[in-house]
Design a protein around this ligand. Structure first.
Ligand code: GLP
Length: 260
């Protein structure tokens, strides 16, 4: 894993957006794996700004999001589909037909999960996967105890995830308890992965992901087996890494030039 520790939180998002922009400039028909969560908002804002002001085009790009809440229709105000449309897709020139999320309101969610995995395969797999991380080490909605060999399926949300995501729902609104999520093996098949984490509340999960044993207790630790993963952190998210000084010696200020 390449571990980049930026000098501040504000430097994390333009770095990630710049990598995505460079990739789609070179590969205009790339397939991107996209994530939801608050961490992604500034990344999508920066990509939309580059589209507006610098003519960055998404016209040939295909996207697959990681997950969707079971039971929420695409136009439900709290669905990830609506969130992605409002926050990102509406602000760029992507063809809506080429943006994919699992259908949370599918009559047979298990069948929808299997069909979603097939749709990713039929598109030739994910070239670049963007990831956040949950405070319990989840990626997508692969909660602790997920099989590290899993493909797209239904997962029950952990109580800490329901608590963490409650802020996106109304005060008295019932939170979904299950999600359709791509699996850990689905994520591992991506050619390139960029994972972002900021803030102290992610520090334990980040340390377990990068330095802990590979374990279903921290699903993101499976990424230790991925050959092309870059993790971009702010100082707070990096604060519990035992080898922090080593990562900073290799990549001073979190800049991406190898000083081997
Ligand atoms: C959700 C998503 C994850 C995301 C995580 C962290 O549970 N399913 O893909 O990484 O939340 O979200 P945030 O960036 O809001 O901390």
């Amino acid at each position: 894993m390449k571990v980049l520790i930026k000098n501040s939180e504000a430097l994390v998002f333009p770095d990630a957006a710049g990598r995505i922009a460079d990739h789609i400039t070179c590969h205009q028909t790339a397939t991107l794996g996209l994530a939801t969560g608050g961490t992604m908002t500034p990344v999508y804002q920066e990509l939309a700004r580059r589209h507006r002001e610098e003519a960055l085009s998404f016209a040939g790009i295909t996207t697959f999001n990681l997950d969707e809440y079971v039971g929420l229709s695409p136009d439900h105000p709290k669905s990830y589909r609506k969130d992605m449309n409002d926050r990102f897709f509406a602000h760029i020139d992507i063809d809506p037909q080429r943006t994919h999320l699992p259908a949370g309101d599918a009559p047979d969610p298990e069948a929808e999960a299997k069909a979603y995995e097939r749709r990713i395969d039929a598109a030739g797999g994910i070239d670049l996967q963007l990831l956040g991380i949950g405070i319990n080490g989840h990626i997508g909605f692969n909660e602790p105890s997920s099989s590290l060999g899993s493909s797209t399926r239904i997962k029950r949300l952990a109580p800490s995830t329901i608590e963490a995501n409650r802020r996106f729902f109304e005060r008295d609104e019932a939170m979904p308890t299950h999600a359709i999520t791509v699996g850990i093996q689905t994520i591992m098949r991506a050619d390139m992965i960029i994972l972002l984490a900021t803030g102290e509340r992610k520090a334990n999960a980040v340390a377990a992901m990068i330095e802990g044993p590979v374990s279903a207790l921290c699903p993101a630790s499976a990424l230790q087996f991925h050959p092309n993963t870059t993790v971009i952190l702010d100082p707070a998210a990096a604060s519990k890494l035992a080898l922090k000084d080593f990562y900073l010696a290799i990549h001073p200020r979190g800049e991406d030039q190898d000083l081997l």
